[in-house]
Design a protein. Structure first.
Length: 495
């Protein structure tokens, strides 16, 4: 187990520099350089061609849609688009890299010099400087057969080449210096921002749990105010926002302990372990020279022009940062509330419900309350839950019209979440409704007041604080199906 310095002590003594390499798997129908289909969870080695298997004599041809997607991503990240870019061969040996080289881009990427504004929970914005985004093909996948599914301790490994040749765009930041304690939050918010951009551009399914978006996190520490770059480590393939925060925090504390004791951090790749929330050593980190890049002889240079770029630019939707600012103003939500909504993945869901007629506060109440609790309990995303925006609209309309109350709505919503049908179907099946018979409510109020004469005297004297006790007893008698406003009016009439 690594020794760690306390995080607060680490950020007090050291400045943190981070760099992130994010790979996004594009949702094109075919692979980057051949006609093999792209599909998740297909039978092993069923989505291949001679090109993706690297067979002799096979020649790559660039996927036009993948190129357009790469340019879209670059425009969304405020990058310049290269008039001419080239592919290169990146040479390294790994069992699932069938050709022993990867077709990528080296010193001539498709887009370069950009940035992404990252909103933080305190309302501030951190500008993450982006060096480049380039196109490349993915490698295959090694399946390690053993108890843990990792290479350590595996009995043997099987190679699935379905992923080989899948189109990727890799986005690489410049080294970004952070002099306060917000580095893990910034890193996670940056990756969240990228994921949201991929979704709104519709260039990727952007499911981190499926490996559509993978982050390699580079961390280095240097003494406070030294303006130097320390020795970095690169933690590979971290694929959830929660893990990104935990991994970044762990690596900062691990490096801080080494440096604080006068040691030297080893430049290496590391692996993140979700079960123990730790990183472990991988291999000595290669520099670019070690990959022996040279121009890909089987692909011509990619040439773009201003007309082509303008045509793509005209198809760009409103980007997440701009949308967030607009909706916060329109809904009158403060910075903290908006951050919570975005972090929960509820922004698009609330917007959809609002467009259908629910108030922003009403939509927020359900998505950030009952539905978010359910999603956390089931460890799933909010947008994967069964209730639709139409369910929320129908439910809120019934509440507004006094046909049901919040308690009934929650009871029905739980059954919807359990897969028993949409809101209207479950409500009809359960025959739940607000008690509208005034005589029933009046009798329940009179009984509750008669059983609580001390509270009755307080209410008569003008102290309305204990009125909730009477309302609660009426609700108990009516099994939660009373209209609280009507009950309150009846109680006041009795005074």
């Amino acid at each position: 187990m690594d020794q760690l310095l306390d995080y607060s002590e680490a950020v007090r003594k050291f400045d943190i520099t981070f760099g992130i390499e994010v790979h996004v798997e594009l949702n094109t129908k075919t692979k980057m350089f051949c006609s093999a289909p792209v599909s998740f969870a297909a039978p092993p080695n069923s989505q291949t061609t001679p090109v993706s298997l690297g067979l002799p004599g096979s020649l790559p041809v660039l996927n036009k849609t993948a190129l357009e997607y790469a340019i879209k991503i670059g425009l969304a990240l405020n990058c310049s688009v290269a008039k001419v870019s080239r592919f290169a061969r990146k040479n390294y040996f790994y069992p699932d890299l069938v050709k022993n080289y990867q077709i990528s881009q080296s010193d001539e990427p498709i887009v370069y010099n950009g940035f992404l504004n990252v909103p933080l929970d305190d309302g501030s914005v951190f500008k993450v400087e982006i060096e480049r985004a380039h196109m490349e093909e993915d490698a295959g996948k090694s399946n390690h057969i053993g108890k843990t599914g990792r290479i350590q301790g595996a009995h043997y490994s099987l190679i699935d080449y379905n992923r080989s040749g899948v189109p990727l765009v890799e986005i690489v930041t410049f080294p970004n210096l952070v002099t306060n304690a917000k580095a893990p939050e910034i890193i996670a918010s940056y990756v969240r921002g990228l994921r949201d951009i991929f979704k709104v551009l519709n260039v990727s399914d952007a499911k981190m749990e499926k490996g559509n978006v993978r982050a390699d996190i580079n961390i280095s520490l240097a003494p406070k105010n030294s303006q130097k770059l320390g020795i970095r480590t690169e933690t590979k393939n971290v694929n959830s926002l929660k893990s990104i925060i935990s991994c970044s925090t762990y690596e900062i504390c691990r490096q801080a302990y080494i440096l604080d004791k006068g040691g030297e951090v080893l430049q290496e790749t590391r692996h993140w372990h979700e079960d123990s929330l730790t990183t472990s050593s991988g291999r000595i980190k290669s520099d670019a020279d070690d990959y022996r890049y040279f121009p890909e002889p089987d692909l011509v240079p990619v040439v773009t022009n201003s007309q082509q770029i303008d045509k793509i630019r005209q198809t760009m939707p409103e980007l997440p940062f701009d949308k967030r600012q607009r909706l916060a103003k329109a809904w009158q939500f403060d910075v903290k509330t908006m951050s919570e909504i975005v972090n929960a993945g509820a922004l698009d869901l609330i917007e959809q419900a609002v467009k259908l007629g629910v108030s922003p506060q009403g939509a927020k109440k359900w998505y950030m309350g009952e539905l978010l609790r359910w999603a956390k309990a089931k460890s799933c995303e909010l947008d994967s839950l069964l209730p639709t925006a139409q369910d929320i609209v129908y439910m809120e309309k019934l509440i507004k019209n006094g046909k049901i109350n919040d308690k009934i709505a929650r009871t029905v919503l739980q059954k919807v979440l359990q897969g028993q049908g949409d809101f209207a179907t479950v409500l009809d099946k359960e025959n739940l409704h607000v008690v509208e018979d005034l005589s029933v409510l009046e009798q329940a109020v009179d009984t509750a007041l008669a059983n609580n004469l001390d509270i009755l005297q307080k209410l008569k004297s003008g102290n309305m604080a204990p009125i909730g006790v009477i309302i609660g007893q009426v609700m108990k008698v009516t099994k939660g199906q009373a209209d609280a406003k009507k009950v309150t009016d009846i109680i006041k009439s009795r005074l």
